[in-house]
Ligand binder design. Structure first.
Ligand SMILES: *[C@@H]1O[C@H](CO)[C@@H](O)[C@H](O)[C@H]1NC(C)=O
Length: 146
């Protein structure tokens, strides 16, 4: 009998870049019911890495409810310990050398053939400054390899 060769590319955690809600979106009063789920991230104005997030039916629904930015798909499709990179983080020009390692996780622009789809970075700034990193988990990527 022929052997069935199955090639599996694990892209589970890979999605597109995070997007900021515009002022116009934040003020919209009517949203459609279209189901195009996003993971809406609310941030503590004092510390953008102090986040609460929830799944919304679509980006309009998220932005009209006080969300700062959103990631594609349901929150449940991300690691439970994920912290999302703020879309503005890519604009940083420098990072401190503080060593506080994180595993930066890539969006769908990077094709991964193994989980986790990410790379070690010395801190959250050096992770999120890369535009293909959408979120990170504290610690090293090896810790995510179960
Ligand atoms: C990531 O960091 C861990 C812990 O410091 C280390 O063991 C591992 O080799 C690093 N992985 C890569 C690919 O550099």
């Amino acid at each position: 009998m022929n052997k069935l060769i199955v090639i599996v590319a694990i892209i589970g955690f890979c999605t597109a870049a995070n997007i900021k809600c515009t002022e116009k979106q934040k003020q919209s009063k009517i949203c459609t019911m279209e189901y195009m789920p996003v993971c809406g991230v609310k941030i503590d104005p004092e510390n953008q890495y102090s986040q609460t997030f929830a799944t919304y039916g679509n980006k309009c629904g998220a932005c009209s409810e006080g969300v700062e930015f959103y990631a594609e798909g349901e929150c449940e499709s991300y690691n439970k310990k994920a912290i999302f990179c703020h879309p503005d983080d890519h604009l940083n020009v420098a990072c401190t050398r503080e060593f506080s390692p994180v595993c930066g996780l890539f969006d769908s622009s990077i094709n991964c053939f193994a989980a986790p789809c990410g790379q070690n970075y010395s801190n959250k700034c050096t992770a999120c400054i890369n535009k293909e990193v959408t979120h990170f988990v504290k610690g090293s990527c090896e810790d995510l390899r179960v």
